[in-house]
Write a protein that binds this ligand. Structure first.
Ligand SMILES: [Zn+2]
Ligand SMILES: [Zn+2]
Length: 170
């Protein structure tokens, strides 16, 4: 996604609004994450004391497999972020800058990498169909959200109980 800043830089306007739908980002990582395109983004760029401040909102849907019961789930995600825009001056010794700085070239702002980062960092580490998911039976594989199986899993608990006694006696 490219935004041309030339007109905005020279105008008396103090805010530039934009919205776009990103139909694809060629990246196998995002395919692995099950991102469903388009990703919707909108935002504003404000002129503040001769600098540019970006506010970005994004919405997308992704599919993932529940870590416990392995069912496919579709989830809606959104992200919000802010950052400062700086013209890329070519010298890389702006080391005091935080990573919230987004550089642009020749008055053109390329947000693709930035949006990619926002998408990836908004994805949860854990994928659960619901926080109460009971998962699968470790013995027969039954989906315990849907059925109760007859497996005796008490020996699993017994083992833990023995371990606990051992560590208590130490
Ligand atoms: Zn689940
Ligand atoms: Zn079972």
């Amino acid at each position: 996604m490219l935004i041309n800043l030339t007109k905005f830089v020279d105008s008396s306007k103090s805010v530039l609004k934009f919205s776009d739908e990103i139909n694809r980002i060629d990246d196998p990582i995002l395919e692995d994450y099950g991102i469903i395109f388009p990703v919707k983004v909108s935002g504003e760029i404000y002129k503040v004391d001769g600098e540019f401040q970006l506010y970005l909102n994004g919405d997308f849907t992704y599919t993932s497999q529940c870590d416990r019961c392995l069912i496919e789930t579709k989830k809606d995600m959104s992200f919000k972020s802010t950052g400062k825009l700086k013209k890329d001056s070519g010298n890389a010794n702006d080391s005091e800058e935080s990573d919230e700085v987004i550089y642009y070239n020749d008055d053109e702002l390329d947000l693709r990498e930035y949006i990619w980062n926002q998408i990836v960092s908004s994805l949860p580490m854990k994928n659960l169909c619901s926080d109460e998911c009971k998962g699968l039976c470790p013995k027969c594989g039954a989906d315990l959200n849907k059925e109760k199986c007859q497996c005796d899993t008490s020996n699993v608990d017994l083992r833990f109980e023995k371990l606990r006694e051992l560590s208590l006696n130490d």
